[in-house]
Design a protein around this ligand. Sequence first.
Ligand code: SF4
Ligand code: SF4
Length: 364
Amino acid sequence: MEYRKLPRGGEDISILGLGTSSVGAASEREIEETVTFALENGINYFDMASADAKPFGAYGRAVAGSRDKVYYQIHFGANYETGSYGWTVNLDTVKQSIDWQLRMLKTDYIDFGFIHCIDEPSDLKKVLSGGILPYIQELKKQGIVRHIGLSSHTPALVNQVLDMDLIDMVMFSINPGYDYRHGDYAIGNVEERMALYRRCEAEGVGISVMKAFSGGQLLNAKTSPFGKALSEYQCIQYALDKPGVVTVLPGIRGKSDLERILGFFTVLPEERDYSVLGTFAPQAAGGICVYCNHCQPCPAGLDVGLINKYYDLTKAGDKLAHSHYLKLEKKADACIGCGHCDSRCPFHVNQMKRMKSIGTYFGE
Ligand code: SF4
Ligand code: SF4
């Protein structure tokens, strides 16, 4: 397992976590075995926005004894009183649901207390005026909630909450389909979405990724908006390469799904390479560097993807990225203008020109 640090707090979070949306299809016993298997493989981050109530007890039993090694993302607004998931902004219902979730999980604290699924401005108003946010903040004061988070599919609303400087983590849907405007939750164009990822990184807000496979649509040529399938490993790598991302949370259906997902760490780099995407979505993707490094090797030894990432982040106000850039052994001014990257880039980035702009920007 690999881990990334949560910028605000410093917790080491596994780059692969688990989503619970589909695991309810398995028996309680299998869910318990799957969570145990996840823990044995170093997974320590679990989102609890489940489609039904079933997983909570199984998680509670599997995690008992290793609670201090696990981070739960718990949603203030997910309600399970009928046995199935329901969305609510009623404060009393939220309180009852949180009590029930903590009881089932056999815990008395919440690592990440999430404002849940805010996609419309009216939802945000209800959370702010209906007492849910003050409730989360009160629990944070008491030490019951350790970090406040937000789940949303809407960049404009995430930006609005970022303006309030409340949250340490945002759960956001990132996949190539949504980024290039395909699918129900593909909100915001690619520039707006990339700007949000950069803002999160610049402000030290981590991103936990939901819908990395677009609900499975991207994995099948028949349902993929590009007419061609991507693999789970390509989608995971795509999400992990975006600025701000701390962890990706695939929604698994049981142990065999998890075993396959963990293959991400052992497959050849070619199997994670998603640069083929540039041929799927040339119009929307054109000219924007996605830091994939498909253009390597650069004969001058430049890490093209990283230089571009630090440049974009610095422009978004990330001082740390600026200092990382300055520490690079080979910077943009070392570009010899050979054109190799331009000829290799599937996203049609004019990288020679961009390297000149980057060099000028950093005063080289
Ligand atoms: S220039 Fe193209 S190939 Fe190179 S990192 Fe950027 S997007 Fe990827
Ligand atoms: S154009 Fe510059 S950055 Fe691109 S491969 Fe050549 S030397 Fe490297």
